[in-house]
Design a protein around this ligand. Structure first.
Ligand code: CUA
Length: 365
């Protein structure tokens, strides 16, 4: 028969002293999370951020208290009830089970706590994702391999590189993708949404601090995924934003915003505008193609002199590089060893866009 310790061991004075010490440590921990200047290290740039931060502080404070008590008691009990030199070599600990009162409370308290956290989280999430559209601006952000574009009401085509926003004007942002799953994350706004092809996710916020803030893709989306942290949100005063908006409207006046379909047959390349083509190239092509010699490869080859260089190899479709053949590849897309070049429809190119791009490529000598 194995010898057992006395099962009648009660919680002694040492236990209550430890409990008091842990309570004091917990309170210090809670005070820390509410006193620490969180926004100093994690700046905020949009309205729901303060609610998200308040939730974060609440979770961090309560978790700290929980952590202190759990670790404190583990330490205390493992010291207080350690094996003694006077114990028999095969002695085992006190065999305690079935304390219904204790089990009731340690089930109920965490359950209530988790329910409280859920209610607080859903409340904030509801405001960001579900609440009725407000009367502010409605924008679209579209993920591509490997950049973002933005669509504005009454601005033709897409705006690359920077998402301009006006301070204090509420934004309803629809996010989606043109190819694979990306993620739209602006850390200073505490907002993140998956960009999924064929699905529109909506987030709502109000810009609250003038400045330039990073957008980061947090979904692995191909070989250049790591490049998708170069684009920014630019929050401006209403007056500065209006100036930018009008300038962009004018600059985009001749762009197409039709979501083009793949044309059948040859595209009429007459009247292609190289300047418009250059702007399109920086939006649609430059993530994968350098304006450099053929050997300067990103995902696809460098395109400088593609129509002009007698030494330039044949195109991926095996044909000589003529304007018509370049247009054909832009129409149909291509699957290379490092990635896929989307076809005309997936790339959102009109026939005129292709004519402009070919005119631009022809101008690269
Ligand atoms: Cu886009 Cu990762």
């Amino acid at each position: 028969m194995v010898e057992q310790r006395d099962p009648a061991v009660k919680l002694d004075r040492g236990f209550w002293i430890v409990t008091a010490v842990l309570a004091v440590l917990s309170i210090c921990g809670i005070i820390f999370w509410y006193a620490v200047p969180l926004q100093h290290w994690l700046p905020e740039s949009a309205q729901p951020a303060d609610q998200v931060d308040a939730l974060f502080a609440f979770m961090a404070a309560t978790s700290t208290a929980l952590f202190v008590f759990v670790c404190g008691y583990i330490l205390y009990f493992s010291i207080a009830f350690r094996a003694r030199s006077t114990d028999a070599p095969d002695a085992i600990g006190v065999q305690i089970h079935d304390n219904h009162k204790l089990e009731f409370w340690w089930a109920l308290i965490p359950a209530l706590f988790v329910i409280l956290l859920s209610v607080l989280s859903v409340k904030i999430w509801w405001g960001i994702q579900i609440a009725q559209p407000n009367n502010g601006m409605v924008l679209e952000a579209i993920g591509h391999q490997w950049f973002y574009t933005f669509r504005y009401p009454n601005v033709k085509g897409e705006v690359p590189d920077e998402m301009h926003l006006a301070l204090g004007v509420p934004v309803t942002l629809h996010v989606t993708s043109s190819d694979v799953i990306h993620s739209f994350w602006v850390p200073t706004m505490r907002l993140k949404a998956d960009m999924v092809p064929g699905l529109i996710n909506t987030i709502r916020f109000t810009p609250s601090a003038v400045g330039t803030y990073k957008i980061i893709c947090t979904e692995f989306c191909g070989t250049q995924h790591g490049e998708m942290n170069k684009q920014t949100v630019v929050i401006q005063s209403k007056a500065d934003f209006d100036k930018w908006y009008q300038a962009t409207q004018a600059a985009h006046a001749n762009m197409s915003d039709a979501l083009a379909t793949v044309s059948t047959g040859a595209i009429n390349l007459a009247g292609g505008d190289a300047a418009a083509g250059q702007q399109l190239f920086s939006q649609k092509c430059s993530a994968c193609h350098a304006v450099g010699p053929f050997s300067q490869r990103i995902v696809g080859p460098g395109l400088k002199g593609v129509l002009d260089d007698p030494a330039h190899p044949n195109l991926v479709d095996g044909d000589k590089a003529t304007p018509a053949d370049v247009a054909k590849i832009l129409q149909n897309g291509f699957k290379g060893d490092l990635g896929v070049m989307p076809n005309q429809a997936q790339n959102g190119l009109s026939d005129k866009d292709i004519a402009n791009l070919v005119a631009y490529l022809a101008s690269l000598k």
